[in-house]
Ligand binder design. Structure first.
Ligand SMILES: *Cc1c(COP(=O)(O)O)cnc(C)c1O
Length: 465
């Protein structure tokens, strides 16, 4: 499989290079040259396999010959051996033709573990084979940092530095990062806000001498490999519920558009998914676009679902690439204009194509809490403030007489205990493996919001490449 950039002007790469590349050199995102095809018989053959076995089959065509199949299968098996539910991604039925897909049984309790546990191992494998090392630097406002740390801890070929804004992430989220004592994990609290953290990361990457010296790299949400791994749980879920002989709609709480784009990929590969439903919080640029036809940024407002507090969904560019019939040059100029003006009209034809497949539903914080309470009272299930938005979007937009849907629960309720307790009156408990999280020792550096201080720390901790 070859990978091409959505802006059409970056080198064509094989999987192992795309894995390490992140953003393409022309500013675009890598996508497979073609989507691998699964026939109805291929899909039927997945029945009864374990989650890891299905994941290997689904990902194999994307990896091609870049990693021997046995090694790849061992990586995937090992990644999911760390999860605390034997089904890995269990499905719960909440009513006729409605289910919940629980994607919070990994080490840090959000769906990001499903991809990152595999991607961290793939990084380490490919780097070791090449005799290389990288230094991963990232900024986090919550879930991504801990999932990346758990994915990279104790891996020989990786050092990881995660910056978080001091005092502005929840205690659970901070402790999930700062209680990891592995020598290759470096947590930094920045005296500033999340934007300051992101600016420091950008400044570090734009210093080419520094970047090359320490082999700077990222595992952010635009990394193709993360999307690829996520496609697997859509196959596993649809097959468990009767695919290819039954159509399944997915309802996904959306921020950077990575998770729902993976569902789109599964559909392109042959799963019969009649509709993709996007759940938005008050940062509802995508839902406004689906309803009104114009994409227009607005200031980010903080909500109870912070991992969806995003205005420009970076992975949306991957869908636009298809809507623009894979014309990278045209898309590049459209994206430039969007960055410049903060608004763009892709034209009625593309909007209609988008609407034919995607629907959107928006919920503010008051509604989010009201729905957590209602679902808890009706079913006994506690949903987190992200997952509830996906599930309720499914309920709202899926007519049960024709539509069977799965709401994607992207985080464990105990990751957001205050909001869930306020809604239900009951404080959600962390699972046993994290029960002593609040008593564990923490380790992190506090630095002022300045790239030079961060660079000095990296230099002190990492041998240069
Ligand atoms: C990251 C995240 C999301 C958003 O996923 P995208 O792939 O960015 O759309 C939703 N819920 C939770 C809990 C997350 O951590």
């Amino acid at each position: 499989m070859k990978y091409i950039s959505t802006r059409g002007a970056a080198p064509v790469l094989e999987f192992d290079d795309v894995l390490l590349a992140g953003l393409a050199r022309d500013g675009g995102l890598y996508v497979p040259e073609t989507w691998p095809q699964f026939s109805q018989a291929d899909i039927r053959d997945l029945r009864g396999l374990t989650f890891a076995q299905i994941a290997v089959r689904v990902m194999k065509p994307f990896i091609g010959d870049t990693i021997p199949e046995d090694d790849f299968a061992a990586i995937v098996e090992d990644a999911y051996a760390q999860f605390d539910h034997t089904a890995i991604a269990p499905i719960k039925q909440l009513g006729p033709d409605r289910w919940l897909l629980e994607l919070f049984h990994g080490p840090t309790l959000s769906f990001k573990d499903y991809a990152l546990q595999v991607v961290g191992r793939l990084f380490d494998y490919v780097l070791k084979a090449r005799g290389e090392r990288v230094t991963i630097i990232g900024a986090t406002s919550g879930d991504t940092g801990s999932a990346a740390i758990e994915a990279c801890r104790d891996r020989d070929a990786i050092d990881i530095f995660i910056l978080h804004p001091e005092g502005r992430v929840s205690d659970v989220q901070r402790r999930q990062m700062t209680t990891v004592m592995s020598p290759n994990v470096h947590n930094v609290a920045i005296e500033g806000n999340f934007d300051d953290c992101q600016d420091i990361v950008k400044a570090a990457f734009s210093d080419t001498a520094f970047r090359d010296r320490y082999g700077l790299s990222a595992v952010n949400s635009i990394n193709w490999a993360r999307i690829m791994v996520q496609i697997a749980y859509y196959f596993a879920t649809a097959v468990a519920l009767g695919a290819p002989d039954r159509k399944i709609t997915f309802a996904v709480p959306t921020g950077n558009f990575g998770n729902v784009f993976a569902a789109y990929g599964a559909r392109e590969m042959g799963l019969d998914i009649p509709r993709l439903i996007i759940g938005s919080n008050s940062n509802d640029i995508l839902t406004r676009f689906i309803t009104g036809g114009v994409m227009e940024t607005a200031p980010v407002v903080p909500t109870l679902s912070p991992s969806m507090d995003i205005q420009i969904s970076s992975n949306f560019e991957r869908l636009l690439f298809d809507l623009y019939d894979r014309d990278g040059a045209e898309l590049a100029s459209v994206m430039d204009s969007f960055r410049k003006h903060g608004t763009v009209d892709f034209g009625d034809e593309r909007w209609n194509k988008m609407r034919a497949l995607f629907s959107g539903h928006r919920m503010d914080d008051t509604e989010t809490k009201r729905q957590i309470k209602r679902i808890y009272e009706e079913t006994g299930e506690m949903l987190d403030p992200h997952g509830v938005i996906g599930y309720v979007a499914g309920e709202t937009l899926c007519d049960t007489s024709e539509c069977a849907f799965v709401g994607v629960a992207t985080a464990h309720p105990a990751k957001f205990p205050d909001a869930v307790e306020e809604a239900t009156g009951v404080r959600p408990q962390l699972p046993p493996r994290l029960a002593d999280l609040m008593e564990r020792e923490e380790r992190y550096d506090v630095l002022e919001g300045d790239v030079e201080a961060v660079k000095e720390l990296v230099a002190a901790r990492v041998a240069s490449a």
